[in-house]
Design a protein around this ligand. Structure first.
Ligand code: ADP
Ligand code: MG
Ligand code: ZN
Length: 476
């Protein structure tokens, strides 16, 4: 009988508040070590923590969008351990009474079906500082990160593959970013996961002994470490050995896990309620307020774009890559564009511009309304598509509004008599090209159209020019 892999996740997400969890210091890595510290986060005796309301509001949002039950009363506890980057000698966390219970992460199974990973809980806690180990053998402590607000999302164990475990983390990351709770930057460690792995025989009702892989900060490492660790456990068991419950380290380069330490049990931490912090009371009105302010979730937006507006999956995916993209796109719709033209112009102009320059949409100077004005001029046949693009580009280059340029742009000429005048002039000047077309070679058509556009200083309606060209040549 084959082995089945079981995974349970502990996802740590740093909340993107302006200040830290229990003091007014700025959150973030700062420009120099120990720049953002004060007696509270540096652990001076007698300094008292005060909870950051903005962190609590974000935590509530995270709980709502994972479908948890937010607890009216929760409490903070001290988790005691010694480490140089933890100046108080304990971490403030929520052990006995976390603020959120239950909930789930939905993810896509490898076979394409919908997977549900139930959550045990979400709790709030504070981060530790950083030890910086220098080449010369000295170690320094940077407390900028110390006491940054964290969420820990703890899942139940569930049978799944490494790919699926990574998808679960991806799904939570997408949600947290979407609702502005965490920037999801895994390289910076702002989102990281501890992955617990065990294996058991198919159909076995008891779970195997687990090992814990700490601090994985990329999807690849989550995926690979689960598979490699499950294979290691299978080998140990098949050779008649047993699995030790322990913490293991993932070595990305060697693609192997190695034992780090025996696993502490919670009694080792001597958890007790933090006497410096009162009960945290979350009223149902606090929850309602956050719920009302939640943006439309990615899944709902995807349905609206794909099923409602008939935008193809791939285009929808790029519009949904960031919430701000979708917001901009929605404003193009609100300005009157159809789904397909909003999609074409947004991807072809706005996204392309941002990608080329690696800029954020916040820095994009054109408004959805002015883009829509230009697109409407195109769709009303007043200017050509090329002209429309040119106007948007010129507005970016000259740092002015597209409307201004549009007002100075001569409208496309679709008056037959005027068009025929230009076309005749060009046909007369290029008898060889006209002959070729008459003989059935349509290649010179593009060249002649170009000449007409030139003769009209770009004002002629290109599609009408082509029609008239063909007509005149066939007649002539
Ligand atoms: P801690 O790691 O602090 O001891 P818990 O005992 O609450 O915390 O468990 C942590 C994680 O271990 C949870 O995500 C849970 O799903 C996972 N887990 C527990 N038992 C197993 C198992 N047999 N196989 C895989 N994961 C497990
Ligand atoms: Mg753990
Ligand atoms: Zn501080």
């Amino acid at each position: 009988m084959s082995w089945k892999t079981v995974v349970g996740l502990e996802i740590h997400a740093q909340m993107s508040t302006r200040t830290k969890m229990f003091c007014a210091c700025a959150r973030g890595s700062g420009t120099s070590a120990n720049q953002h510290i004060c007696p509270v986060c540096a652990g001076w005796p007698g300094a008292l923590p005060v909870i950051n309301q903005a962190a609590v509001r974000r935590a509530i949002r995270a709980a709502i969008c994972h479908g948890c039950e937010v607890q009216r009363e929760s409490r903070f506890d001290r988790k005691n351990y010694f480490y140089p980057d933890l100046p108080k000698g304990y971490q403030i966390s929520q052990f006995y009474r976390p603020y959120a219970l239950g909930g789930e992460i939905s993810f896509k199974r490898e076979d394409g079906s919908e997977g549900i990973l139930p959550l045990v809980r979400i709790h709030m806690e504070e981060d530790a500082g950083k030890s910086v180990h220098a080449e010369d053998g000295t170690s320094r402590i940077d407390l900028n990160r110390c006491s940054s607000p964290l969420l820990e999302i703890v899942t139940e164990p569930l049978q799944m593959s490494g790919v699926e475990a990574a998808r679960c983390v991806r799904s939570t990351r997408e949600l947290l970013r979407w609702i502005g709770v965490c920037d999801g930057d895994m390289e910076k460690g702002n989102l990281r996961a501890d992955v617990n792995v065990s294996i058991h025989r198919e159909g076995d009702s008891t779970l195997g002994t687990r090992t814990e892989l700490k601090n994985l900060n990329s999807f690849v490492s989550i995926e690979r470490s689960v598979e490699v660790e499950a294979a290691r456990q299978a080998q140990v068991l098949e050779e008649g050995g047993s699995i030790r419950q322990e913490t293991r380290l993932w070595d990305q380069d060697l693609e192997q896990t190695e034992s780090m330490r025996g696993k502490e049990d919670s009694p080792d931490y001597r958890y007790f309620p933090d006497p410096d912090l009162p009960l945290l009371i979350i009223e149902s009105s606090d929850i309602d307020l956050e719920r009302e302010n939640l943006p439309e979730f990615p899944a709902a937006r995807r349905t609206r774009y794909v099923d409602g507006l008939k935008i193809d999956e791939k285009a929808a995916e790029s519009i949904l890559a960031r919430r701000e993209f979708g917001d901009f796109f929605d404003q193009l719709l609100a300005a009157g564009l159809s789904g397909s033209s909003a999609s074409n112009w947004f991807r072809g102009e706005v996204l392309k511009h941002l990608n080329d320059r690696e800029e954020l949409i916040d820095d994009y100077p054109l408004t959805p309304v002015s883009i829509a004005t230009v697109v409407e001029a195109v769709e009303g046949d007043r200017i050509s598509v090329a002209k429309g693009r040119e106007i948007l580009q010129a507005a970016l280059d000259q740092n002015c509004s597209p409307e201004e340029i549009l007002a100075q742009t001569d409208e496309q000429v679709s008056d037959e008599t005027a068009l025929i005048g230009w076309v005749q002039q060009v046909v007369d000047a290029n008898p060889d090209a006209a002959d070729k077309i008459r003989a059935g070679d349509s290649k010179p058509l593009g060249f002649l159209t170009g000449q007409v556009m030139k003769a009209s200083s770009g004002q002629a309606h290109p599609r009408m020019v082509q029609e008239i060209l063909q007509r005149l040549i066939q007649q002539g």
